[in-house]
Design a protein. Structure first.
Length: 292
């Protein structure tokens, strides 16, 4: 079965202070997304779709996409306001994208088979792609999939992060709650809403969907826009929130955890840590000299 890797790379990078998605962090100048693509291809994915800001397209094509010639189908989509329904008036003050649900919909013309979402600025590890590839074969229009991570493996020493804290039973996701301000403090993990179990399973935006789910996503996004007030100029339509609402209506999401350690680029200081981690992975032989 054909399977698509959907790389979400159109965020503003406000806390980082620039386009972290195309920051050179590998020992040979790789972008972090190249490691996810490498691991996905190894697991049997055969199509890569990039969601980008318009000014990123040529850079990603030249530095990443062209390397995949003959190995995978490659498509490029742009997340901008042109795809927003005409009946919605975008506030003049708004500069932020409309979130990850909108990002997926910007690429809908290329999503003709089951697909998996990943953040371009996160390192996931190879295990999750193997797990997800196995779950995709069990999916249908009323089913999704996700690979959660153990919370203590996903925190940053450089500042708070947002994670979707999951409740999972018998291999199925029951709920996911977006929780911000998560960070290690005094030997514990705390958040905006209090202490969090370090062994909790959390979403890292590693979601699997059937292409038949796209019409439901479109309706959800349009309902989100209808519910916005003019002053909500930073509100985003997020995949974990959407999935949680779909679960309440009977949508089924398979879940099987990865025990790999996450790292990624949220803050400027994360870049040095990410470079160090990637050097160590190369030294251990986890990746070849040329990742792609």
């Amino acid at each position: 079965m054909k399977a698509t890797l959907l790389v979400l790379a159109a965020g503003l990078g406000s806390r980082f202070g620039g386009d972290k998605q195309i920051s050179h962090v590998g020992p040979n100048g790789e972008f972090l997304m190249e490691y996810s693509i490498h691991d996905a291809l190894k697991a049997g994915f055969n199509k890569v779709v990039f969601i980008l800001k318009s000014e990123m397209v040529e850079t990603v094509k030249q530095e990443v996409g062209d390397k995949l010639a003959g190995r995978a189908e490659v498509c490029y989509a742009v997340q901008d306001y042109s795809s927003i329904p005409g009946w919605y008036d975008i506030p003049a003050e708004r500069t932020k994208p409309f979130g990850t649900v909108h990002a997926v919909l910007c690429a809908k013309e290329y999503l003709t088979e089951p697909f998996v979402t990943v953040n371009a600025d996160d390192y996931y590890g190879a295990e999750c792609f193997e797990i997800m590839r196995g779950m995709l074969d069990k999916m249908d229009k009323d089913r999704g999939a996700m690979v959660p991570y153990i919370l203590k493996n996903t925190v940053s020493e450089n500042g708070g992060v947002t994670r979707g804290v999951c409740k999972i039973e018998n291999g199925k996701l029951l709920s996911v709650t977006e929780t911000g301000g998560i960070l290690p403090k005094d030997g514990k993990i705390v958040s905006d809403v209090g202490e969090v179990d370090p062994e909790a399973e959390v979403s890292m935006n590693f979601w699997g969907f059937s292409e038949k789910t796209l019409p439901a996503m479109e309706k959800y996004f349009e309902d989100f826009l209808r519910g916005l007030t003019p002053d909500q100029i930073k509100a985003e339509c997020l995949l974990p929130v959407m999935v949680n609402e779909m679960l309440e209506k009977g949508y089924e999401v398979l879940a099987k955890p990865s025990h790999d350690r996450w790292f990624g680029i949220t803050y400027k200081a994360d870049k040095e840590d990410t470079e160090k981690n990637l050097r160590e992975l190369h030294a251990k032989g986890c990746y070849p000299e040329k990742v792609l």
